[in-house]
Design a protein around this ligand. Structure first.
Ligand SMILES: [Zn+2]
Length: 435
């Protein structure tokens, strides 16, 4: 299988994530004592309010370094639930780097700033949350620092969310905001628990990261699910296509130093994160989480019991590893913010013949298309053919439709590739149409 060189070239152009900068951000966030969603919002030095204001200031500072290329906003809503019976104002801090070609198309990178201890209602005890999820917040800020040095056709949104531990409220707020503002969300990269490399079982893994994606789409209705089932489309949802793109990006640049474990479920078993509201809204979203977790360092009050240390403190964050996960996010954001939109109307025909005919709708701004296929028992796309932008149909002789899956992506500047749209059945001709 050929590995496209463009990914290497794109990554080579970028400054690398800086472990010291990541450490400084996490140390600052831990210094607010607790960042519990129900903690103080008025204290200047402690609690979630002060920490959010610090993030907004950090985004503003980065924005000044790029000629005010970042619009920094705090968006908010009132939320209530079992974990906030009296209700609470939930606020997300976002920095918007407006695209210069197709600004309605948006890629989002996010982490959550709120933290907790054992008692999810305890808003006053120190809750450092160094890994869960100051690591994700540090990654988002570092991505902004690196990517704001360049201009991209699509808009990049750097998002620091609240209310995750109380009910995924910050993720819901941003997904709702995307809908309200009419963003065409091309990808959501949710980073939650991305800085630890020592698992609770004693294993040490600093060369892999897990990327969780959905197969059957939360946003699909029953007819759409049945249609997908009928053609074997359950491994090629937009979320899964995003995970596969991340695998290819990591494989194309070995200097990032990460294997992607593309877990084929939306999150860890029976758990959730801030990508879930985006999946429910029909946007392609994935979750990044370290390859091996230590549950003594999550949601635990800092303490030592029988010689065993508990708590999510900065001592257990592996900064070179967090820098690698940041590099993979940056490479993915760069590619998807450069690429055109993913094609629509991708369909195949060729039953009871030896050839497959692929057609798709043209994409504004595309410089070409890549038709991909793989054997129908495999996960990753193995074969492709590139065609110029003038072409929107391709015959693949001797590639049997029954034994293969097909998809099409759009190619932009620097050979940046969109997500691959899975090929389905052709739409029925409109009544009265001559074809
Ligand atoms: Zn978390």
């Amino acid at each position: 299988m050929k590995q496209p060189l463009f990914a290497l070239l794109l990554v080579a152009a970028a400054p690398a994530p800086d472990p010291a900068a990541l450490r400084a951000t996490i140390a600052k966030l831990v210094g607010f004592g607790t960042r519990h969603t129900l903690s103080t919002t008025t204290d200047p030095a402690r609690g979630i309010g002060a920490s959010r204001r610090w993030v907004a200031g950090r985004f503003a500072e980065i924005g000044r370094g790029c000629g005010n290329c970042l619009a920094v906003e705090t968006i908010g809503t009132r939320a209530a639930g079992p974990r906030a019976p009296a209700g609470v104002r939930v606020e997300d801090v976002i920095a918007v780097q407006k695209g210069v070609g197709d600004p309605d198309r948006v890629v989002i990178v996010q982490g959550h700033i709120d933290s907790r201890v054992n008692d999810v209602m305890d808003a006053s005890t120190d809750a450092p949350g160094a890994n869960d999820d100051a690591s994700g917040v540090a990654l988002v800020i570092e991505a902004a620092r690196i990517l704001s040095a360049q201009k991209f056709p699509a808009t990049i949104v750097y998002a620091v969310l609240s209310g995750e531990e109380q009910g995924l409220w910050g993720g819901q707020l941003l997904a709702d905001t995307a809908k309200t503002r009419g963003w065409k969300v091309a990808a959501v990269l949710n980073n939650d628990i991305v800085g630890n490399t020592h698992g609770i079982g004693g294993e040490h893994v600093d060369t892999a990261v897990r990327v969780f994606s959905e197969g059957i789409e939360a946003a699909a209705d029953l007819p759409a699910i049945k249609q997908s089932r009928a053609i074997g489309g359950e491994d090629d949802s937009p979320s899964r296509a995003l995970a596969k793109a991340i695998v290819r990006i990591a494989d194309a640049d070995k200097r990032i130093g990460l294997d992607v474990i593309a877990v084929r479920r939306p999150d860890r078993f029976q758990r959730g994160g801030d990508h879930i509201p985006f999946l429910e809204a029909g946007y392609p979203a994935v979750r990044f989480t370290e390859a091996t977790e230590d549950y003594d360092r999550q949601h635990q009050t800092v303490r030592t019991e029988n010689g065993r240390q508990y708590g999510d403190t900065i001592a257990f964050v592996d900064f070179p590893y967090l820098a690698k996960v940041t590099a993979l996010n940056v490479a993915t954001l760069r590619q998807l913010a450069t690429a055109p939109a993913a094609p629509t109307g991708v369909s195949i025909a060729g039953a009871v013949s030896d050839d497959t005919h692929v057609v798709w709708a043209s994409v504004p701004g595309a410089r070409g298309y890549r038709v991909r296929w793989r054997r129908a028992d495999g996960f990753a796309w193995t074969d492709y053919r590139d065609v110029p932008a003038s072409v929107t149909a391709l015959d693949l002789p001797h590639v049997n439709i029954d034994d293969h899956f097909f998809g099409v992506s759009a190619i932009g500047a620097g050979r940046a590739e969109s997500l691959v749209t899975f090929a389905g059945v052709p739409p029925r001709p409109a009544p009265g149409s001559s074809k």
